[in-house]
Design a protein. Structure first.
Ligand code: MLC
Ligand code: AMP
Length: 508
């Protein structure tokens, strides 16, 4: 019996018969990639991966700069039946070491300038093949593609089979690999395409990184499912994105995109008139930004809410009111409930933990059954760690987080991971990392450090110790030295107190 590859066929369907249509135009150079070429190239990449030994379920890890070939690598992995594991380009060798050891990928694809230094780490983790993306360097994927030839047909994969693992940091400082299935990604992309009314007439400005849910599974997958086109920016540049408003129809971004675009005096109703939809997510959009955007462009930003573990959960409606400060209604097929500390459902209007269930919810954490059991209830509801309420119209608002998480410019940062590094610095007794309001990134990282008795520590001692170990976006941007951390009677560090004391460090 012929079985298809669920995700690949979902992403390919709308473009069959439209092979000459441009799928992506590279901002700046104007280079284009047609639908036909994208899928031909993806089949070739799949051929090279199969040739390298990838069998269904094998992980293909990638730490590659945003480019068109990087999209082909993603699709090629799916066609080959592999499990795509994208990694933030900012991760240091130390961080990569953990991901490769934990995920044990068969293949690791990296930038040619890092291949030398990463090969040893990959070998230690048992990776069979290291490729570089592009034609330069030893072990280039392009050469392997030439040698192998395309696979004739996508490897069969069904609803419950893994399509991707995305790492997300955890409260303990150890990242967890969220296992996403073909069914999760395909169903979410189809639902979003429908509720946001994407069609093959759409031109989406794609300026997000493609190693996270937002840029890869929301922006890219939705454009593919709809048969739409992308204007593909390899880096965020407000002026370049604004210039594209004249030829695009939609934009997806984190709130920082919108606050930076608002800084452009030329942002007017006329300039945005050709755009039909502005979508924001990954971090809270201030109601103030929503209102300002509407005043300047005449259009209401549509805010939605998602997570690595669940893809998208809720969205403000396309036609109905887009309520500022809310993340909208549960998506079709997705259930959202608010619970008390015992996990019992609360009535509308009451504040509690947000839990979600549906075809979008992941399968669990890679090789962490205890973590999976702790966050995924037996009845299928996932405990998001977000705190919120549902109003009388069914709109969800996120009011806070029970998890100790900082979201900086849409990137998640768990304090524990930074505290472990700071605590290991010579002369540090203990530390507490906390998030503070930041005008550009929404939140940014601060650290309170308690030196050991007699230790003479400088800010530079802390920042230079952190720099080689953690990705740049996790680095504390404010360091204070204290004699002791504020604690409650139970001995728990009072981060709220630290957040209040230093609230205006980044905004004054
Ligand atoms: C860059 N830097 C950051 C940062 N981004 N620091 C903290 N937080 C960030 N988010 C660092 C750079 O390394 C640089 O360091 C300095 O800040 C200035 O960089 P920049 O050139 O101004 O940054 P830029 O490249 O413009 O990037 C900012 C950004 C980017 C907001 C465009 O961070 C971004 O694309 N964020 C989107 C993240 C995202 O896709 N999240 C989705 C997760 S999925 P130096 O060395 O110069 O000091 C998810 C689920 C869901 O959450 O619901 O979607
Ligand atoms: P991540 O782990 O990177 O997938 O980030 C998921 C988290 O981002 C969620 O649990 C929320 O805390 C937050 N988030 C995503 N979208 C929104 C939004 N629209 N408003 C507020 N927080 C959001």
């Amino acid at each position: 019996m012929y079985k298809s590859n669920l995700l690949a066929s979902t992403l390919r369907h709308a473009s069959v018969g439209h092979d000459n249509k441009v799928f992506a135009t590279l901002s700046g150079s104007g280079e284009t990639l047609t639908n036909g070429k994208l899928w031909d190239n993806a089949h070739k990449v799949a051929g090279a991966l199969v040739d390298a030994g990838v069998v269904p379920g094998d992980r293909v890890a990638a730490q590659v700069e945003k480019s068109l070939p990087a999209l082909e690598l993603y699709l090629g992995t799916i066609l080959a039946g592999g499990v795509y594991l994208p990694l933030n380009t900012a991760y240091t060798a130390r961080e990569l070491d953990y991901f490769l050891e934990n995920a044990e990928p068969k293949v690791f694809v990296c930038a040619s300038d890092r291949a030398g230094s990463l090969e040893r780490i990959a070998a230690k983790a048992g990776v069979s093949r290291v490729f570089t993306l592009g034609s330069d360097g030893l072990g280039s994927l392009t050469d392997a593609v030439e040698a192998a030839g395309p696979i004739p047909r996508a490897v069969a994969r069904g609803e419950d089979d893994l399509a991707a693992i995305l790492y997300t940091s955890g409260t303990t400082g150890r990242s967890k690999g969220a296992m996403l299935t073909h069914g999760n990604l395909a169903s979410n992309a189809r639902v979003l395409t429908e509720v946001w009314r994407f069609t093959d007439d759409d031109v989406l400005i794609h300026a997000l990184p493609i190693f996270h849910t937002h840029g890869l599974f929301v922006a890219t997958n939705v454009a593919l499912v709809a048969g739409a086109s992308l204007i593909y920016h390899t880096k965020f540049d407000a002026a370049a994105i604004f210039a594209d408003f004249a030829r695009a129809t939609t934009l997806m971004g984190v709130p920082t995109f919108y606050t930076r675009l608002l800084d452009l005096p030329e942002l007017t109703k006329e300039a945005a008139a050709g755009m039909r939809l502005f979508i924001s997510g990954s971090a809270p959009l201030l109601a103030e930004t929503h209102v300002q955007w509407q005043q300047r462009t005449g259009q209401a930003i549509l805010e939605r809410y998602g997570m690595t573990e669940t893809c998208m959960n809720t969205s403000n409606p396309y036609d109905g009111p887009r309520k500022p400060g809310t993340v909208g209604l549960p998506l079709p097929g997705v259930e959202v409930r608010i619970v008390d500390e015992n996990g019992s459902a609360l009535p509308d209007g009451e504040i509690g933990g947000i839990e979600v269930r549906g075809p979008n919810v992941f399968k669990g954490y890679w090789r962490m059954p205890e973590k999976t059991a702790a966050e995924l209830r037996e009845d299928g509801f996932f405990i998001t760690g977000d705190v919120g309420m549902i109003d009388e119209d069914g709109y969800v608002s996120i009011i806070g987080r029970s998890k100790d998480l900082i979201i900086s410019g849409g990137f998640n940062i768990y304090p524990k991971e930074i505290e472990l590094v700071v605590d290991a610095v010579d002369g540090v007794k203990e530390s507490a990392v906390f998030g503070l309001p930041h005008p550009d990134f929404g939140e940014s990282v601060a650290v309170a450090v308690v030196p050991e008795d007699g230790a003479d520590l400088s800010v530079e001692d802390i920042t230079s110790a952190v720099a080689p170990q953690l990705a740049r976006f996790k680095h504390p941007r404010h360091v204070v030295f204290l004699d002791a951390l504020p604690r409650n009677a139970m001995g728990k560090v009072q981060k709220n107190q630290l957040r209040e004391t230093y609230a205006d460090v980044f905004t004054k």
